[in-house]
Design a protein around this ligand. Structure first.
Ligand code: B1M
Length: 215
């Protein structure tokens, strides 16, 4: 199959919420020399966004969304393995604490961001999802992090990023950590407004911003 055909098959597997099919499309594509990270972003991510749109329009329902999410997690794990096989730089350039904000369980995109940032020689401490701002700050202090990254997928939880910025200011820690924000509803304008140091539209922009912040 060509890369375009794999992209179509990846989108289709997400719409069907078929984890087995998704995994076999990903494995076959890798065996055919297709770049796993590109297929993830151009195929599977596009497919799950389509599922999200259909869900938003009431044409698909929560169980279907959950099946697509499981399939997406399975292919993300394959991509993470591929990325770690290729190896990154051994030199540690900095430490980043990463989390999905409180009230939000969406962690697929954050996982992809974490995998790519790790390849750049940055130690990533992933606190998971639904993490209160106070816990993120506490962990960042404890491990002497350089960066704090947060992800939000809900318009109702993006405000937690502002809570984090305010907490850092309140504790006199704003100059100690650089902050990076991202997630589907987050914009550059929002990032500036809350006082975050950087915004990543996708995983590759997040990697570029991390490199800029650490330089
Ligand atoms: Co939810 N969900 N969901 N969901 N879900 C959305 C976000 C939604 C847009 C769907 C829709 O209605 N069209 C909608 C939000 C609407 C809004 O806020 N305005 C929504 C809703 C409503 C909900 C529930 C409330 C549904 C319900 O229960 N009635 C519920 C909320 C639960 C909660 O969090 N409290 C819910 C639940 C779920 C599932 C559990 C079923 C599942 C999540 C599983 C999981 O993550 N473990 C799920 C999913 C899968 C989605 C959609 C379909 C896909 C999200 C995803 O994984 N995308 C989503 C629709 C959509 O986004 N269009 C939707 C793929 C991923 C690779 O992309 O996460 O955007 P993304 O990450 C990208 C970039 O954003 C960026 O880089 C990543 C890679 O390129 N990025 C960063 C992300 N984080 C970054 C951090 C950075 C930098 C870049 O720096 C630190």
């Amino acid at each position: 199959m060509t890369k375009e055909e794999y992209i179509k098959a990846a989108i289709d597997s997400m719409i069907k919420g078929d984890e087995k099919l998704a995994v076999s499309v990903m494995n076959d594509a890798i065996a055919d020399g297709v770049d796993a990270a590109e297929l993830l972003s151009e195929g599977f991510s596009a497919g799950i966004r389509e599922v999200g749109d259909q869900f938003g329009r009431g044409r698909m329902f929560l169980p279907e969304l959950m099946l697509a999410a499981d399939a997406m997690k399975a292919v993300s794990a394959i991509v993470e393995e591929e990325i770690s096989k290729k190896g990154g730089t051994a030199e540690k350039k900095g430490t980043m604490v990463l989390a999905t904000v409180q009230g939000d369980v969406h962690d697929i995109g954050k996982g992809i961001v974490a995998s790519l940032i790790k390849t750049q020689g940055v130690k990533v401490i992933d606190l998971g999802r639904d993490v209160p701002a106070a816990d993120i700050v506490e962990k960042a202090v404890e491990c002497g992090a350089d960066l704090i990254g947060t992800s939000a997928l809900l318009t109702t939880t993006m405000g937690e990023m502002k809570v984090l910025e305010e907490l850092l200011k309140e504790k006199g820690l704003k100059n100690k950590f650089k902050t990076l924000v991202g997630g589907a509803p987050v914009t550059e304008r929002f990032a500036k407004r809350i006082g975050a140091d950087a915004y990543g539209e996708d995983a590759s922009q997040a990697v570029a911003e991390v490199a800029r912040l650490l330089s």
